[in-house]
Design a protein around this ligand. Structure first.
Ligand code: KG4
Ligand code: ZN
Length: 323
């Protein structure tokens, strides 16, 4: 069994996974409510809350200690001060239980969220949409060979939802709030510009759309519902337009959407349409594994354990990471 720790942002989570990918224990304490009044995650507050939550969850995982073969932990990317809480705990456990340490890239964790309690597919294209990232990735032959095909030049998809919710004074995280509001709005009410529509390049940008939404709010002409629906439509259309461009030369057999924003039903529906059109196998994580969690860290840690992909006690924290 492997014990895994996740603390890259505002979720404290611990999982125990066996080497056949069975999830034996999984618990997460989310800090969303604590950060909600600030309209975003406050790193120092998050770090202090991890310091309280992680030992509490660890106590519950103690019955598994005698069967552990390794300790895995997210060490990149994320907020340095919160990553530090998980990594310090993992190092202490590795020393005291005399077990190898596995440092996990959180983004690869998100990819493996679709393989929790399942066999992995080694060749797959991935749309990662979270609070920190908007990327198209391609994995060929397993986790050691992941290539970035596209990324955002400014804000991320999830972050744009957070910022729109903040401008409308609706709290954090914005994704689920905006999605719910959009259900009662007219998505064709406001014609927001689709970012980089004329550009032949496959890359993402959300800051211009955010500014267009700000102007619409300031005009006082529209309801919150219509703003949410029209914004969500433009944000998703930007993703699907760039994907269509990519699929002209590179059509995947397997395609996954992962990350916190992969829970968005309107986005899932658009990708279902594309799966039919292009004939690919569309995969998403179970809703409970879309946002940050330790089960996904445990799933990739099983692959890393089998490859003896261990780290030493100098395992460093990296706030940013490139593929
Ligand atoms: O993966 P995640 O939990 O944390 C990061 O690694 O960033 O993603 C959180 C992000 C937040 O920006 C949140 O607003 C967004 O995912 N999100 C959504 C939805 N649910 C969460 N965005 C759009 N629609 C949703 N339903
Ligand atoms: Zn994440």
């Amino acid at each position: 069994m492997i014990l895994s720790i996740e603390s890259s942002c505002d979720d404290s989570s611990i999982a125990v996974t066996d080497l056949n990918n069975k999830l034996l224990f999984h618990k997460k304490i989310s800090q969303e409510l604590d950060h909600s009044k600030y309209g975003g995650v406050v790193p120092e507050l998050a770090s202090r809350l991890h310091l309280e939550a992680l030992p509490k969850i660890l106590e519950e995982a103690k019955p598994f200690f005698k069967d552990l073969k390794a300790i895995s932990v997210t060490n990149a990317p994320g907020l340095s001060v919160t990553l530090n809480e998980g990594v310090m705990m993992a190092k202490a456990l590795s020393v005291s239980l005399e077990l190898p340490l596995i440092g996990v890239n959180h983004l690869i964790g998100h990819i493996y969220s679709v393989f929790i309690q399942k066999d992995a597919i080694d060749d797959i294209m991935i749309l990662l949409v979270s609070g920190g990232h908007t990327k198209i990735l391609e994995m060929k032959g397993g986790y050691k060979n992941i290539k970035e095909l596209a990324t955002t030049i400014d804000d991320s998809f999830g972050e744009s939802f957070d910022k729109v919710a903040k401008m409308l004074n609706l709290g954090y995280p914005g994704g689920p709030i905006i999605e719910k509001l959009a259900l009662n709005g007219d998505e064709n009410k406001i014609n927001f510009p689709i970012p980089l529509r004329q550009s032949p390049e496959i890359k993402f940008s959300y800051s211009g759309l955010k500014n267009a939404v700000r102007l619409a709010i300031e005009s006082g002409e529209y309801s919150k519902e219509d703003i949410a629906a029209s914004f969500q439509k433009a944000a998703i259309t930007h993703l699907t337009m760039k994907l269509k461009k990519l699929f002209k030369t590179n059509t995947p057999k397997n395609f996954a959407i992962v990350g916190g924003a992969s829970a968005n039903i309107a986005l899932r529906n658009e990708l279902e349409k594309m799966a039919k059109k292009y004939g690919f196998n569309l995969i998403y994580p179970e809703l409970k594994y879309c946002s940050d969690n330790a089960a996904m860290i445990g799933r990739i840690a099983v692959e890393m354990y089998k490859n003896k992909d261990f780290s030493d006690l100098n395992l460093a924290i990296k706030a940013r990471i490139e593929f």
